[in-house]
Design a binder for this molecule. Structure first.
Ligand code: BEZ
Length: 277
């Protein structure tokens, strides 16, 4: 999930984004896990959803891949079982992982990871070509991640705060670590890389943040520090806290619900189901 330096920690993720694996009911239902399934999980994070899938594939095998050493260390220690294993792997470079690209997997799954993995336009097509190569003939690819318009208000507020602290708009945009495609983009890319597309859908899913904490590790500030870490690197370390506070202040009234003070941001999910033709 992460780039060259590891921005991820299981503790920070639990404080700011523990809702992510819990909101995966629909995409997991599309995966329709069978007890004998061999499933490759791309961008598995620290592993709770991989472990849940492996519990259903009780006579099969699930392998989770992630580029974050911190996440993979946690996943290995918490969730490794006889049929659930994890491996450190940059998923933009899956050709280097023979166990993944073996043409034998029944299913390839990915939740809340492809918007990071697809950031670099130069490796986007390779990611889908490699997933296709990983699957056995007629194998199924099921994914969910951020779609066009995802977290638009937070994205805009971070860009605006970076500009306020002296970053050019072009540099601010360049610092963005995500790619949120439209339905058409994903449909066309799947077809181009040899899949038969069964479904591509977009869902607006406002998502409640974890409650604010005094130390700023939870709530919106925690979310921006963790998920927006790459963007914050566009300013010197001494300014990052101010950028986070500025973006949070811009959003305060926009994302807060009067009835209970809870804060919600505009997640947009894109889901696809596609078969290796
Ligand atoms: C997402 O899951 O949609 C997401 C998470 C963090 C940053 C951007 C998007």
């Amino acid at each position: 999930m992460a780039g060259k330096s590891d921005n991820w920690s299981t503790e920070a993720y639990a404080a700011a984004a523990s809702f992510v694996p819990k909101l995966a009911t629909k995409v997991v239902s599309y995966l329709a896990v069978g007890e004998n399934d061999h499933i490759l999980d791309i961008g598995c994070g620290d592993g709770p959803l991989t472990a849940q899938i492996a519990a259903s594939a009780s006579k099969g095998w699930v392998l989770g891949l992630d580029a974050s050493p911190n996440f993979i260390t946690t996943a290995k220690s918490k969730y490794t079982t006889g049929n659930c294993t994890f491996r450190l792997q940059d998923c933009t470079q899956m050709k280097s992982c023979a166990v993944a690209i073996n043409g034998k997997w029944d299913k390839v799954f990915s939740n809340a990871a492809l918007h990071w993995i697809l950031r670099n336009p130069d490796t986007r097509t390779d990611v889908f070509t490699d997933i296709h190569a990983a699957l056995k003939p007629n194998g199924l690819f099921v994914c969910e991640f951020g779609g066009k318009g995802n977290i638009a208000e937070v994205h805009a507020a971070i860009l605006s705060a970076l500009v306020q602290y002296g970053v050019s708009i072009d540099q601010a945009r360049e610092s963005c670590p995500w790619f949120f495609p439209s339905e058409k983009w994903l449909h066309d890319k799947l077809q181009e890389t040899g899949f038969e597309v069964e479904k591509v859908e977009l869902e607006n899913r406002p998502t409640k943040l974890t409650p604010k904490s005094a130390d700023g590790s939870a709530g919106l500030q925690g979310w921006i520090k963790l998920m927006g870490a790459e963007m914050l690197k566009a300013v010197d370390e001494g300014l990052r806290e101010q950028v986070v506070r500025s973006a949070s202040e811009i959003l305060e009234t926009i994302i807060t619900r009067e009835e209970d003070g809870s804060q919600w941001i505009g997640y947009v999910r894109i889901r696809a189901v596609a078969r290796k033709a």
